[in-house]
Design a protein around this ligand. Sequence first.
Ligand code: ADP
Ligand code: MG
Length: 350
Amino acid sequence: MFENSQENKTNLSQLGEFGLIDHLTKNFSPKLESTVKAIGDDAAVVRFEDKETLISTDLLIEGVHFDLAYMPLKHLGYKAIMVNLSDIYAMNGTATQVTVSIAVSNRFPVEALEELYAGIQLASKIYNVDVVGGDTTSSTSGLLISVTAIGHAEKEKVTYRNGAKANDLLVVTGDLGAAYMGLQVLEREKEVFKANPNSQPDLDQYTYLIERQLKPEARKDIPPLLNDLGVQPTSMIDISDGLSSEIIHLCKHSKVGANLFEEKIPLDPAVISVCEEFQIDSTMIALSGGEDYELLFTIKQDDFDKIKGNPHLTVIGHMTEENEGMHLITRANQKLPLIARGWNSMEEKD
Ligand code: ADP
Ligand code: MG
């Protein structure tokens, strides 16, 4: 798709590095008070008064984290920002600035990078963050994007992975597994397209899944929601690798165990039906699928009434003493050890 459309495109060498930076960033003007200096000097300057500063970075590599055969560049730019903002929200913080670094081969015309930056700009507008810098360099073949997100939170609000206590409730936002199943649908269509380039896929019934894969939304709404509800989470993490691996992270950092109830795991009906179609167990997809960018956190039992019935939040289990271990309680009331088997770029995880 992307490879076939190189005619009438502007070669990167026509602009040169500095020309390219100017071209891509000319529409980025800072909006936030905390941005003292954005693009244009040797370093950006930000100011957060008496708050804690949050910084998180991620690197995305073509062929490892994304496939341009079905990932439009605009979506890729958007997703690269989401992945990082999600980490700031997972600290119960507000994201305010990002830097974006790219390594790009000359197989990409300027127009392709414009698309990438259109996605970055859209994300920064919707999520109210300033793009305050980055770096631009060449790569021999693929595309690399590294985003660093900067944010802040009040000291008492910052939520770490290590604060969960036995008997705390385990809560997840949104629903799980859709992004992974969206990827499965896209990969199946890619194979069909390879075999028959004239095929016109009908993806209507998979819209939600594909959107969750190609255009994930980070949970910017959750830190203010928890604040409004008067709930201070005891620990929190974002779900990038799958529910089970994130629960294990919380448990290990907090030195607690956990019981996760299969029947409580929130699944969209589209996930349930596509899992039937692919003959995969939907619980396994929620546990190991990844890329949902929902938030997983723990709260004190006393706070249950404050979140009860909230459509964004589902209690899926509770924490236990460390020596009780980490378990999935199945619908049949079986107790299975929770294992992390992420299907992401790393394959097996411990
Ligand atoms: P330096 O030589 O200090 O690395 P550059 O010429 O690379 O400076 O960058 C000039 C300015 O443009 C800096 O403010 C830098 O942060 C910004 N910048 C460079 N590349 C990008 C990019 N891909 N996206 C956003 N800003 C960028
Ligand atoms: Mg530079």
